[in-house]
Design a protein around this ligand. Structure first.
Ligand SMILES: Nc1ncnc2c1ncn2[C@@H]1O[C@H](COP(=O)(O)OP(=O)(O)OP(=O)(O)O)[C@@H](O)[C@H]1O
Ligand SMILES: [Mg+2]
Length: 332
């Protein structure tokens, strides 16, 4: 039985308006995510991962212009909602954990009171005090925090504990989808691994869908079902994580995975590739990767390759995907 689709993003286009012109940060991005599954988004810095996340949540910067596309959450286009309706979908429909979120706790209230506020605002009907308290106790258990911490202030928490509490807050309204953008990068490696393992466990228990954004290929390989690779504002490849790792079909995916010596064992970050990602004020014509691509031809300079299905659930936007060697080039 195939799982229900929770999120379907269709042809999403978002630019940032700046003095010098329009920055093409999200260009024609489409993907879908079944219930209970997780999608990793990877790509070099500045390729548009956070821009996609913020646009899905409608939390994009004031100079962001959504120029087209649809963001369907259970079939409802979030881009059509009023800001008030969107506010109601946040937390309960689609929730988020951001990298810096652990620093956004208000120092003058206890962490429990701040989670309570989210519950009071978003639960419909509003729960009794006892029910809300029981929920917070349950959430603290899920994220590995002692319930004694509920009535403590943020300064009594360590960094890892604050980020666990951020995850508890993100879960407080039983969201169908969580977007986690570099949720643990500010923490030390051991704490990161513990928190990510717990997040995965919670996701499985609660049947939520998750989008993980990370530079850490090893983490993505371990915890996601699907993998999307972004380059210069475009989603260039998406498919089952094991399949994309085993048989990357886009030259960019192949190169970034090849420059990552090992995806098992030691933690591996995305290694930088030769050359620079393009300036998104004036991106290359045709395929945006053509100036750095070893397989590029004239066609790649003039025609934009569509994201086309090449295998079950595996899509790639490349005119020459059959030229990409099978398997990852042997490491350094
Ligand atoms: N408010 C803004 N105004 C203008 N340009 C912006 C704005 N926010 C981001 N950008 C640009 O949009 C592009 C995509 O940025 P984004 O932050 O989405 O990338 P990212 O993949 O999340 O990068 P990182 O891995 O470094 O977090 C970059 O070129 C960035 O400089
Ligand atoms: Mg980012």
């Amino acid at each position: 039985m195939t799982a229900r689709t929770v999120l379907e993003v269709k042809n999403l286009v978002m630019n940032y308006e700046i003095k010098a012109g329009m920055v093409s940060a999200v260009e024609n991005v489409s993907f879908s995510l079944p219930q209970g599954k997780s999608l990793g988004l990877v790509g070099e810095s500045g390729c548009g991962k956070t821009s996609v996340a913020l646009t899905l949540l409608r939390l994009q910067a004031p100079n962001a212009r959504i120029l087209g596309g649809e963001v369907l959450l259970d079939g409802e286009n979030l881009l059509d909602l009023s800001s008030e309706e969107m506010r109601k979908r946040r937390w309960s429909g689609i929730s988020m954990v951001f990298q810096g979120a652990m620093n956004s706790w208000n120092p003058v209230y206890t962490v429990g009171d701040q989670i309570l506020e989210a519950i009071d605002l978003h639960w419909d009907p509003k729960p009794t005090a006892a029910k809300a308290r029981a929920k917070i106790v349950e959430l603290f258990g899920l994220v590995g925090l002692n319930p004694d911490m509920i009535d403590r202030y943020p300064h009594e928490y360590s960094g890892g504990m604050k980020q666990r509490a951020v995850i508890a807050m993100a879960l407080s309204c039983d969201p169908r989808l969580i977007i986690a953008d570099e949720p643990t990068t500010a923490l030390d490696v051991i704490v990161q691994e513990q928190i990510l393992a717990e997040l995965k466990k919670i996701q499985e228990q609660m049947g939520m869908s998750i989008i993980y954004i990370s530079h850490d290929i090893a983490v993505i390989a371990e915890i996601t079902d699907l993998l999307g690779v972004m380059y210069a504002g475009k989603l260039v490849e998406v498919g089952p994580t094991v399949e994309v790792f085993a048989r990357p079909r886009h030259p960019y995916t192949w190169l970034i995975l090849s420059s990552t010596p090992s995806i098992t064992g030691e933690r591996r970050q995305l290694a930088p590739l030769e050359g620079e990602p393009p300036n998104l004020l004036d991106p290359p014509t045709g395929c945006r990767f053509h100036p750095r691509c070893p397989f590029a031809t004239e066609l790649c300079v003039t025609e934009e390759p569509p994201l086309a299905v090449i295998d079950d659930g595996h899509s790639v936007a490349c005119w020459h995907h059959e030229k990409v060697p099978v398997g990852v080039r042997s490491g350094r």
